[in-house]
Design a protein around this ligand. Structure first.
Ligand SMILES: Cc1ncc(COP(=O)(O)O)c(C=O)c1O
Length: 397
């Protein structure tokens, strides 16, 4: 039977490729520290569960395709609190930011159109773009620069006649980069000069360290008709399983079209939307506390890494990821070996080879992406194991 070219063009997740080996290790009784995941270990605020438990409906009916109005109203309020002005009709609830990215691409691109993305980037962008029939072109950013934008020329040089948008995650996954106001301005100018949209993936907006100021693309008032904001409660409220995201645009022509896509999948889960609606009542201190915790973990991980011989990386300022160059030739081989052939006191670590985050063949082969979604004590232990693993691996290979 036929299998479509579209599905054959899609790839299985690079990030999840090593999971069977981790599972085998666990079955053997080995403790695996997960430095590979972007799933926060922080508890989802109780406000979410309270609202779900208090749900009085007797039937789980289809909700509005746009999303439950109470939820949209709370989102408008949330944005008001950070000086972003949206009307209710600008906002569409999606099944996570993931569906929001797909809907954005389908709304602004035709088959064969292109978007440009800084490399390395969140690997799921590839499959989502393939689903939408869109090609990704990437411009490089470098570990040595902390993955900040290199130059306007680099970016502009890959814009072609079919380029429709710049897709950018700020703060960045997998890099942890937080773009400065000047960088956001630069991309806004490029978008204006080349008639492009900005698909602003700001799902990590709250995860900013070192007292840095965060600049949303929504603060660039002269390009608001070009910005599609992609957002989610997954990371903000440690609610990845709720699958509540959203897309929003001040460009009414664009946002109105989102409705067709939302209608095509009828609606988003009622109970998840009900829970998400009550997240507006999470006290501000929640973010301060969570942020402090991640900043502490970032410091532990970064300092620990710096003390391991042969490792190089820059201190990231946001999200909860870091790209690290290891003293190995093939980080994928090393990552697998850690799970299949190595233990230290019956423990090991799981890391993500970084090559999957690069579009250019050959890049990232000696790099890994580490996340700091595990607690400080586990992080310290994981660093010891990683160090031991590198020592032993380099004796063998
Ligand atoms: C940059 C980025 N965008 C979007 C997503 C997807 O988020 P959601 O869980 O809301 O679909 C992720 C998830 O890791 C991400 O890292």
């Amino acid at each position: 039977m036929n299998i479509s070219n579209r599905i054959m063009d899609m790839k299985f997740s690079e990030i999840r490729k090593l999971i069977p080996f981790a599972n085998e290790a666990k079955e053997k009784g080995i403790k695996v520290y997960h430095l590979n995941i972007g799933q926060p270990d922080v508890e989802t605020p109780e406000e979410f569960f309270k609202a779900v438990n208090n749900y009085k409906g007797k039937t789980l009916k289809y909700e509005n395709s746009q999303g439950i109005m109470d939820l949209i109203e709370t989102i408008v309020k949330y944005y008001k609190g950070i000086d972003i002005d949206f009307d209710k009709e600008d906002i569409y609830i999606t099944n996570g930011a993931s569906e929001g990215i797909l809907f954005s691409l389908m709304t602004i691109c035709d088959y064969g159109d292109e978007i440009i993305v800084p490399e390395p980037y969140y690997t799921n962008y590839n499959n989502i773009a393939t689903l939408a029939g869109v090609n990704i072109k990437s411009f490089r950013t470098y570990r040595e620069d902390g993955f900040h934008l290199k130059s306007k020329e680099d970016i502009v040089s890959i814009i072609g006649k079919n380029t429709k948008a710049i897709l950018i995650s700020n703060p960045g996954n997998p890099t942890g980069v937080v773009y400065s106001k000047e960088e956001v301005r630069l991309l806004a100018d490029i978008a204006k000069e080349h008639n492009l949209y900005i698909l602003a993936d700001e799902v990590y907006r709250e995860f900013i360290y070192d007292g840095l100021e965060y600049t949303s693309f929504m603060s660039m008032k002269d390009i608001l008709d070009r910005v599609i904001l992609i957002d989610s409660i997954s990371k903000r409220y440690s609610a990845c399983g709720a699958r509540i995201g959203m897309i929003a645009s001040k460009n009414k022509e664009v946002s109105h079209q989102f409705l067709k896509l939302c209608q095509s999948r009828l609606s988003v889960s009622t109970l998840d939307q009900v829970g998400a609606t009550n997240l507006i009542n999470v006290p501000k201190e929640y973010f301060t506390k969570v942020n402090k915790e991640y900043e502490k973990r970032r410091n532990i991980l970064f300092e620990g890494l710096m003390s391991i011989p042969g490792i190089s990386c820059e201190k990231p300022s946001g999200a909860f990821y870091i790209i690290v160059k290891l003293p190995v030739k093939e980080s994928e081989h090393f990552a697998k070996w850690l799970l299949t052939d190595f233990t230290y006191h019956n423990k090991t670590v799981m890391i993500t080879p970084a090559a999957g985050f690069y579009a250019t063949n050959g890049l990232g082969k000696d790099e890994v992406r580490l996340s700091y979604c595990i607690n400080s004590d586990d992080l310290k232990e994981a660093l010891i194991i990683l160090n031991k693993g590198l020592e032993e691996y380099n004796k063998i290979f």
